[in-house]
Write a protein of this length. Structure first.
Length: 316
């Protein structure tokens, strides 16, 4: 037979490979002929891949798609190289054939039967990395909450303004010395006042360690709580993903079971039709034999009449 029956796109099965995650790839089939074409998909690793549907029918000048799902793998292959291959078989079926009537025997090479085969190889690609996860100088960059440990300037200034200036102190000392020449009894009091000024200055000095020390314990505790919450959310998300993966696997197994049951049903229907034809043939043969057994009534009457005449003549 000249020319191709079906056009396949793409010619390679490209899967984005991620550890412990499923990946899918769609294949588009186009019937290039004016006849009904049946197809079947085979693979070298049937436990690793799931094809939906693996058997189908393409009407004249129509299209059909099937999806290949790669099950979640525990580890990546060496150098992301995969030796798995797929084989797609096509063959012409009688006009008006239903999809349920397609059986595996249609794809067996027998005599002049034409079966077109196309091989597809599997290509694995790495997933694109998000720029939010790229490391900076080999270390992942995390933003830490900023802690404002600065002391309010206006508060310090207000307290500093209450302190006596050095010029005022010197002036007070000079005044005290002048007064000491006239009133000696006031000098001890003045000296005590001058000495009390530094003490007052020390009292007015802001206690940075006490008033403006940040509560690092509470802030570190908040950061720890945030990290624990993030870790909990991450674990919950991973658990949900694993459950979804398990559900997808069960769904795929159920669909495979349904497709197998459909194939068995179609094969049973085909065998039933063959048995009906054989039964009709046997009934026809049995009916023919019944007609041939025995003599017709007219023949029996003629023989009896001739026998009576012969007997009468012999007796006479």
């Amino acid at each position: 037979m000249s020319g191709r029956l079906v056009d396949i796109h793409p010619r390679e099965l490209n899967f984005i490979f991620e550890v412990k995650k499923q990946s899918t790839c769609s294949v588009h089939l186009t019937n290039l002929s004016d006849q009904y074409v049946a197809f079947k998909v085979k693979t070298t690793s049937p436990k690793k891949y799931c094809v939906r549907p693996n058997v189908g029918l393409i009407k004249p000048n129509s299209t059909c798609d099937f999806i290949v799902t790669m099950q979640a793998q525990k580890s990546a292959p060496d150098d992301m190289q995969c030796k798995d291959k797929f084989l797609i078989q096509h063959t012409i079926v009688p006009y008006g054939t239903a999809e349920e009537e397609i059986t595996s025997g249609m794809f067996v090479k027998d005599g002049d039967k034409y079966i077109e085969e196309t091989k597809l190889r599997v290509v694995l690609t790495s997933p694109p990395h998000s720029p939010m996860l790229l490391p900076v100088d080999g270390i992942l960059k995390h933003e830490q909450p900023s802690i404002d440990t600065s002391v309010p300037k206006d508060k310090l200034q207000s307290r500093a303004e209450n302190l006596p200036s050095s010029q005022t102190l010197v002036k007070n000392i000079k005044d005290a010395k002048i007064i000491s020449h006239t009133e000696d009894h006031i000098l001890p009091n003045v000296v005590e006042d001058v000495k009390s000024v530094p003490a007052r200055k020390d009292k007015l000095k802001p206690d940075k360690d006490k008033d403006f020390k940040p509560d690092t314990y509470d802030e570190s505790r908040q950061v720890k709580d945030v990290e624990e919450t993030k870790l909990k959310f991450t674990n919950d998300i991973e658990e949900l993903k694993s459950k979804m993966t398990a559900l997808d696997s069960k769904l795929i197994e159920a669909q495979d079971t349904i497709s197998k049951l459909k194939e068995e049903r179609s094969s049973t229907i085909h065998e039933k039709e063959i048995l009906k034809q054989e039964l009709v043939t046997l009934r026809r043969k049995t009916g023919t034999r019944k007609v041939q057994v025995g003599f017709p009534p007219l023949f029996v009457c003629m023989v009896a009449l001739i026998s009576l005449i012969v007997g009468f003549l012999l007796r006479a």
